[in-house]
Design a protein around this ligand. Structure first.
Ligand code: SAM
Length: 177
């Protein structure tokens, strides 16, 4: 399964931390790359590039102002579009259908999301029908899509970074490779 993430409507300075966390969760939980729209943010891109350089793996982050085109292009490339929204269908009710999707673009918003996104999405998926956070919604979705594989010890092997953590019951074991 190949998962990409699209973050809509990045706002400076309001969304600096949250979009960074959306990107960090995307990377750590197995997404292949992230695109963001809204305001361009060079320091966000540098932060994520530095994380990938030190902790391993390739995790491209790109900016595209025209998020509707991004979604349309992903559809042309055969990706299934999952738009996360509290107004959507509860995730457990869509799991049977989404099992067949091999390439998925997960879309999360920031400010009010235009109706075109809801219309273009193959699935508008709710992680509860309560307002909460794009970071939590994304994490749960990535976990369910991968059946929790990203939480297993072996998953970490794919990153091959300069810094690696050895799981420790009590203390901290950090290996600098
Ligand atoms: N409008 C407020 C703002 O400007 O910050 C809140 C936006 S909301 C926290 C941002 C995104 O979080 C939404 O677009 C959606 O992608 C995601 N989100 C929030 N609650 C969700 C839920 N219950 N299920 C799925 N996604 C959710």
């Amino acid at each position: 399964m190949e998962i990409h993430v699209l973050r809509l409507g990045h706002r400076l300075p309001r969304d600096e931390r949250i979009t960074t966390h959306v990107a960090l969760v995307s990377r750590a939980f197995g997404a292949k790359e992230i695109t963001y729209s809204g305001q361009h943010d060079g320091s966000l891109e540098k932060t994520i590039a530095d994380i990938a350089k030190n902790w391993g793996g390739k995790f491209p982050i790109s900016y595209n102002k025209n998020f509707l085109n991004v979604i349309k292009n992903y559809k042309k490339k055969g990706f299934t579009i999952f738009h996360l929204t509290m107004y959507g269908i509860p995730l457990p009710e869509t799991e049977k259908k989404i099992k067949t999707s091999k390439k998925i673009l997960v879309v999360v918003g920031a400010e009010r999301v235009p109706k075109e996104v809801y219309e273009l999405a193959d699935y508008n998926i709710a992680i509860t029908n309560q307002p909460h956070s794009e970071v939590a919604a994304l994490a749960i979705t990535l976990d369910r899509l991968q059946k929790g594989k990203e939480l297993e010890r072996n998953f970490d092997k794919k990153f091959k970074g300069k810094i690696k953590i050895k799981p420790n019951e009590r203390g901290k074991t950090v290996e600098k490779l």
